[in-house]
Design a protein around this ligand. Sequence first.
Ligand code: ADP
Length: 367
Amino acid sequence: MANVKLENIVKDYEDGYRAVKNINLDIKDKEFIVLVGPSGCGKSTTLRMIAGLESPSSGEIKIEDDVVNDMSPKDRDIAMVFQSYALYPHMTVRENISFPLKMRKVSKDKIRSKVSNIAGVLQLEELLDKKPAQLSGGQRQRVALGRAMVRKPKVFLLDEPLSNLDAKLRVEMRSEIVNLHKKLNTTFIYVTHDQTEAMTMGNRIAVLNKGVLEQFDTPLNLYYKPNNKFVAEFIGTPKMNIFETEFNENDDKLFIKLFGKILPIPSELKDKFSSLEMGQSYYVGIRSEDFFIDEDSKIDLLFSNVEYMGSDIYAYAESDESSDRIIMRFDAEENIDKNMRTRVGIDFKKLFVFRKDSEKTIIFPTR
Ligand code: ADP
């Protein structure tokens, strides 16, 4: 059990590349936090610094308020699970799980009871005498988790542990890992590039982009209150629609330019947009679920492609008047087909507005 703090962490690799740019993270005891971001954003580097496999160029890493910068990985009392399971192929499951305890000269009785306890938690009892080659990917990953758990580390570090599994198993293992976290009651730090994995697993999520921490927040806040356009686009599937636009006022009414049309914004929402400068360029963001079919709308779109997802339909659309590509999500009951033309309305309460220069969010959706 431990809190983990990263204070002004910078990592310059030997070739001079700055992979992590002044990151601050305050991870509470027993939290499940996820580091997420596109490939190359510095997630693994950050995790490896917490593990002690890389040292920061500047800044401090604290575990339980002790500075661990100069402490070797084995003294940090952490366990790490990697993408590749790295099990010992010649050892049985039981021997693989026991290995860290054997290395620490724990008594045979104690090892036996610990392994049986862990095998129970991870449902590995029937597999204890098998070798890794006889196991499925999911089972191997569970053994790797078991081996990491056996020492009761203060902190669990997991680096894309599910990325080698097929899609179905990945979804199953997500909830297994979340349950494991509940049972172990230990701090978990989990790295993934997959925002769905992050959103479904983390108590809080740190979104990284090019070595910068863009936001460290709850899944709900990342979705509804993203700090900036990067977070807004990174979180959520399908990706948020972003359009460059301007707002104008005429006759005390507010208008927005979208898809080559000048659209009125409902008068009750005018105050919400009062901080905007008329005629200035902004980005607006509209999530795929904030469109609706509306015969009276001025927005006339052609559905160039339609994907049936079961309970939802993803519709990709274009307008004649602009080059914008739009993705919308509708209920499966809607009557939507490829190559169909439809009038579509926008729920303006749900609009995000970002500054054009800094890309910071200045208007958030009303829920
Ligand atoms: P992520 O885990 O988010 O995909 P990494 O932390 O692995 O990203 O890498 C961050 C950046 O640092 C990448 O651009 C990567 O190429 C670079 N990098 C990683 N390891 C080294 C290294 N040993 N030397 C130089 N650059 C590295």
